[in-house]
Ligand binder design. Structure first.
Ligand code: ADP
Ligand code: MG
Length: 375
């Protein structure tokens, strides 16, 4: 057995991989930044921030939120509670936490809301060959990144192989009967871990709530998952920064204008440990195929798509695949993918799919369609 030193960077709790204009860090100018004015500057702006799901959120509403900061805060809290009640693995009363404790192959009834979320996650998982897999929880725990706490020794090959026996999309099923939805495990040890999509789901929910209220301009950033619409406080397109993975949160690597679409980033460089003996780097992102943390040189993958639940599901799986395969998949499937890897000289280097180009241009683009997220 090898001993491992856990190196959780100071910001293990802060997984904000994306920064954005108006909230601290200034994105560097990108080429062709003309044509990004979409409104007059706003005299009134409502802003809140706080902590949720062990990470940070920032919400900005140019033009002001009806009811002001207090109403915005209570609307955000309503959404966080709804999402947490469904998918938390840390709150023992949450639906997923209770399902994980249900060590049985008998039917487990769930809300239709959670059923819709799981169906969408299954769909996204299949699109990328299950590289993002919601049943990966036991492996996450085995490697010391889950609710069961950190590890002192890396697991043995036997432990990895044994745990893999009950990891896989085919190890549980979702069934609907007479208006009720049920989850069924094929092995009583199966557990679900939807934490990688929690931030995206919450961002979508809050965006949907704001859309229903008729709010034309907003930026909702929940750690690395962002929904934005309309204009920023200066009346320009919102800009989101993809963080330079080598800068410890200090520098923006690329500025992106998502133009009403969702964007999220998965990164392997914030939460990891280094093996004492081998100097091997182990990330909190697990490759479900090997049962081991990814250990390649791709350190972040960002995706732009119609909903943050979708981007948040895809970015994790595409990070598992690594830059080349991720960007090839993006080109083949017309999905906007942006990957950063560290080259032999220790330099950060990007590759992106063709569909990502328009988001790097920061000029108003008319033809983007945004599908409504899950209700
Ligand atoms: P990041 O945005 O830095 O990727 P997230 O919190 O969104 O961080 O996702 C990482 C979490 O997702 C891990 O801590 C683990 O719980 C879970 N996870 C790790 N690997 C996978 C995977 N292959 N598929 C699904 N979930 C995963
Ligand atoms: Mg994610």
């Amino acid at each position: 057995m090898r001993t491992v030193t856990k190196v959780l960077t100071a910001s293990a709790l802060s997984l904000a991989l994306l920064t954005f204009s108006g909230c601290g860090q200034k994105p560097e100018p990108v080429g062709g930044a003309t044509g990004d004015v979409v409104a007059q500057p706003f005299a009134e702006v409502t802003k809140i921030n706080g902590q949720i799901f062990g990470t940070f959120y920032y919400i900005t509403v140019p033009g002001g939120y009806p009811g002001g900061e207090d109403t915005l805060r209570s609307d955000a809290q309503f959404v966080f509670t709804k999402v947490g009640n469904a998918i938390s693995t840390f709150d023992p009363s949450a639906e997923i936490a209770r399902f994980n404790e249900h060590h049985s192959t008998g039917d487990f009834p769930i809300s239709s809301y959670l059923a819709n979320v799981i169906e969408e996650v299954q769909r996204q998982s299949r699109r990328i060959g299950m590289a993002m897999d919601p049943t990966v929880g036991p492996l996450v725990n085995l490697w010391g990144f889950g609710p069961k706490g950190q590890i002192e020794h890396s697991p043995t090959d036997e432990q990895v192989a044994e745990t893999k026996e009950y990891v896989g999309l085919d190890k549980f099923s979702l069934r609907r009967a007479g208006g009720t939805a049920f989850l069924v495990k094929s092995d009583p040890r199966v557990e679900l871990d939807l934490s990688t999509i929690g931030e995206g789901l919450a961002a979508d929910e809050l965006a949907a709530l704001m859309d229903r209220k008729g709010i034309a301009n907003y930026m909702i950033a929940i750690a690395g998952a962002i929904r934005s619409k309309g204009a920023n406080p200066e009346g320009k397109l919102w800009r989101v920064g993809i963080e330079d993975p080598l800068s410890h949160g200090q520098k923006v690597f690329a500025a992106v204008c998502p133009q009403g679409m969702a964007i999220s980033t998965a990164g392997s460089y914030r939460n990891f440990f280094v093996d004492d003996e081998t100097n091997q780097f182990y990330s909190h992102v697990i490759d479900p195929e090997t049962g081991r943390p990814i250990a390649h040189r791709t350190v972040s993958v960002s995706v732009v798509d119609r909903a943050a639940l979708v981007t948040d599901a895809l970015d994790t799986g595409l990070l598992v695949w690594g830059a080349q395969k991720a960007v090839d998949w993006g080109n083949k499937n017309d999905v906007a993918v942006y990957a950063i890897e560290i080259d032999d000289k220790g330099q950060a280097k990007e590759t992106h799919s063709r569909a990502f180009d328009i988001y790097l241009k920061c000029k108003v683009h008319q033809n983007l369609t945004q599908t409504a997220p899950l209700e």
